[in-house]
Design a protein around this ligand. Sequence first.
Ligand code: ADP
Ligand code: MG
Length: 623
Amino acid sequence: MNKGKINVQVENIFPLIKKFLYSDHEIFLRELISNATDATLKLKHLCQIGQAQVEYGAPMIEIKINKDQKTLHIIDQGLGMTQEEVEKYINQVAFSGAGEFLEKYKDSAKDSGIIGHFGLGFYSAFMVAHKVEIISKSYTDAPAAHWTCDGSPEFTLDAHTKMERGTEIILHIAEDSETFLEEHKIKELLNKYNKFMPIPIKFGSKKETLPLAEDAPKDAKPEEIEVDNIINITQPAWTKKPNELKDEDYKEFYRQLYPMQWEEPLFHIHLNVDFPFNLTGILYFPKLSPNLQIQKDRIQLFQNQVYVTDNVEGIVPEFLTMLRGVIDSPDIPLNVSRSYLQADGNVKKISEYITKKVAEKLQSLIKDHREDFEKKWNDIKIVIEYGMLSEAKFYEKAVDFALYPDTDGKYHLLKEVIEQIKPNQTDKNNKTIVLYTSDLSAQHSYIASARERGYLVLHLDSPIVAHLIQKLESENENIQFARVDADTLDQLIQKDENQISKLSDKEKETLKGLFEEVVPKENFSVQLQPMASDAQPIWITQPEFMRRMKDMQATGGGGFMAMGGFPEMYNLVVNENHPLATKIMESKDKELIKHAFDLARLSQNLLKGEALTQFIQNSYNKL
Ligand code: ADP
Ligand code: MG
């Protein structure tokens, strides 16, 4: 027997490992299965280059629980280790590496900025085990080795009788980690970390029913057999080339990735690049609800088919974190803080590459399948609009595919919108006015007024639309957006129709005065306008700028001035040419004014509380 002391700076590595990696105990299994996978792939390589004269066969990795012994076993059929190799790879290199890490981060490790997922490799086993054994038989002629260690720097290294090639790691599970002896817990971990690893992983067995032979007698019972329960998919779609995959394969992979998702993705984007960094992956556009609920199914980050995290912040541009799918890249440094990650050159390039690929996909979709793209617009617009606001490069490309639906359900690019607007639909600065509504039902009367007169009204209802419009205006100097109920449509109509007032100046003054007596002036400023006699008699409008600022503030517009303290100010626009105006002026009936004012407020959803109750009461009384 060979006894020795492992060369480490720290006296007892076991409590330190536990302490520093407390949050992530479960990664031990991922680390050990990664080692088993590496050992198998190394053997495969040696066989391929003729360095190992053994039958590679169809190796698998087996995970076993022994509840009586309180042990967990990870068994591989890889290249194995001789006693000398255990001495070298386990005792010297790895232990000292772990010791060095712990020494280095003894003081700072609590600053959780460092590492969410630092794999300590083999030694992470001591996070859950009070004793670890390695029994390994090298693919060479050398006898098997048996190493044991109880977490102190003392180890034993011995010969063993194991004859089959490969390594068995035996974890004697510590009392406080006995959850890792539960089958459902191990299943959960395998499913989370190892579901797409390249070497088959067996965990237990399952029953399978053999199909009956065609000539089997009628009363024959189908035979049931026990088969290995393989928990992983060794060649997930993202490891294949796009031209090897059909649409159905992408959908199938989506189901493998999110088995609880019953809804199909709208479309996918296959990422595949090997220079200047290595990255593969598939992203999916899911149907998103407009209120951006916290998403459970997120993009998953892998390294060489090993799951790392579903927190891709800093790697994927923020607006694309609403997508689903996988990214696999060995070039993303993981054992660093997030802020370091964002400064990393490779990571920046990766983020740009992903943005570019997504934009290109959208460009090609609208070019080749515009009708289909329009159908999907409502489900994807939030991602695209958010991207236009947050990434300048994406905004530039989005000019080709950002759509603006109108109130008739037709979809236009911005340039197509501009082409359709009448040449004289301009404001006093000669900017083209683009009318829009954010709510078809709440702004219905205004939309109707606009549509009757042939104005195009866009239907923009995303929660971030105020920000988007602000951005579009700053990028397109000649365009001015105005909501249908802003202080614009009434003026457009007036200008367009060139209506002449039927009232004299004196009469106008009287009419205005009558209204001002009834309407609270803290909230309403009364204005008169000559409009067609069949246009609405009274309009309540709100200055576009003021309302937009408020909207932006409500959806979190950093950097905008606080508007909270401002009172709600509206314009009350009276149509001088409407018969009602004449009637009011002639009768000077305040009740009539009050009623008309209430109706105007009602149509803008501004009549509430006691005022509403009163209005209804009065109306009943008149019946
Ligand atoms: P890393 O995997 O990053 O090299 P580890 O601490 O996980 O570090 O493992 C240390 C070394 O021990 C490995 O590089 C490998 O040489 C050896 N090793 C660990 N597990 C196995 C195994 N199952 N089969 C063969 N060698 C192994
Ligand atoms: Mg390892």
